[in-house]
Design a protein. Structure first.
Length: 362
């Protein structure tokens, strides 16, 4: 059933999520309350990304994937900040763990799965090297500045930036992302456009009507705000579940769950595009999410922590540094030729499997 062209579930999910948040305590019914709120959280995320996709289709490529990336970043930033500021869930390493998990999920999990699915169906797929190289060059620079450099600075002991260093890196991140957006949407827009094919119905579908787009524009912030408030209540339950499994670093698992939850709907859209032989769109979705997350989440969290005087740990530990270096190296090799097969995808998926395994067996 639909209303103004919208599936009813996409309109009902945010409303029901707010109702669950108002009526169901997360510690009620022996853990059932937390399960209900988590289901409401997942439904709100899917609804939010659905409405972002409607708006994205209306504005067209490459602006469409940009809208999706920004929506995902808003959700993740709000989740991290709300959990960090909660009395039970606040952890100074959560932003680092969530952003690192996002990079691993995007560059290994999503890209690897897209390449494998596309390669299995179409044997070999192509994309624009200049666009992919632009994504990866900016992403690599920001990842090193925000996740690696704090380990080696000497102004403060440990993997911390001083307030001045944090402000400098935040300004650099936002500035570089702004330049990238100018290149992507104005100066070299053609680098990021997928090749249109006559058999691709999704690519040639008419943009949504104004009423449908207006309804999405209204419902999107409702869904995003529901995600933020519910996540703050559910985060302690995720940490408790991790502790119950005997994990020493529960924050790393919470960060990975936040990243997986936020990226799931967009990841499914990227895999679907690869299956339709639109690998360029898949890469725009995946790499755009990873880039926006680093460029915008870290500065936003930095501003909040500086304002409130809370500590913020950004530098990765040795194990994560090795995985990040391997990921960036392999990604450079994969995106260098403009063609992919299932082999490249399998390599990325193996690295992703190692990341997941080391979360529970560090």
């Amino acid at each position: 059933m639909r209303f103004a062209g919208q599936p009813l579930w996409s309109l009902a999910a945010p409303a029901l999520a707010w109702l669950a948040y108002a009526l169901v305590p997360q510690d009620a019914y022996g853990g059932l309350g937390a399960a209900i709120l988590f289901a409401a959280l997942v439904a709100s995320v899917f609804a939010g990304v659905h409405h972002a996709e409607v708006i994205a289709h209306r504005v067209g490529e490459p602006f469409g994937t940009l809208v999706l990336a920004l929506a995902v970043t808003v959700i993740e930033t709000a989740l991290i900040v709300s959990i960090m500021l909660s009395a039970e869930g606040g952890q100074p390493t959560l932003a680092r763990d969530a952003v690192f998990a996002t990079v691993m999920i995007v560059l290994n999990g999503v890209v690897g799965l897209c390449v494998v699915v596309g390669g299995a169906r179409h044997r070999e797929q192509g994309f624009q090297v200049l666009g992919a190289a632009s994504y990866l060059g900016v992403l690599t620079t920001l990842a090193v500045l925000t996740l690696v450099l704090p380990v080696y600075t000497v102004s403060t002991p440990g993997p911390f930036f001083t307030p001045a260093q944090l402000m400098f890196v935040s300004v650099c991140s936002v500035t570089l992302y702004a330049v990238f957006l100018f290149v992507q949407t104005v100066r070299h827009r053609d680098y990021f456009l997928p090749e249109l094919r006559a058999h691709d119905e999704a690519a040639h579908a008419a943009p949504p009507l104004g009423a449908k787009t207006a309804l999405s524009a209204f419902t999107l912030p409702v869904a995003l705000s529901a995600v933020v408030w519910i996540a703050k209540d559910v985060a302690p339950a995720i940490g408790s579940a991790a502790a119950g499994l005997g994990l020493a670093d529960t924050t790393a698992l919470v960060g990975a769950v936040v990243a997986l939850l936020v990226l799931l709907p967009e990841s499914l859209a990227a895999v679907s595009a690869a299956r339709r032989d639109r690998l360029q769109t898949s890469l725009n979705l995946a790499l755009g999410s990873g880039l926006a997350t680093i460029a915008l989440t870290i500065p936003a969290v930095a501003m909040v922590t500086l304002w409130l005087g809370k500590p913020l740990v950004l530098g990765l530990e040795n194990k994560e540094l090795v995985l990040l270096a391997l990921t960036l190296l392999v990604s450079t090799i994969t995106l260098a030729s403009g063609r992919t097969t299932v082999l490249q995808g399998a390599v990325h998926l193996v690295i992703f499997a190692a990341f997941l395994f080391l979360l529970v067996a560090p």
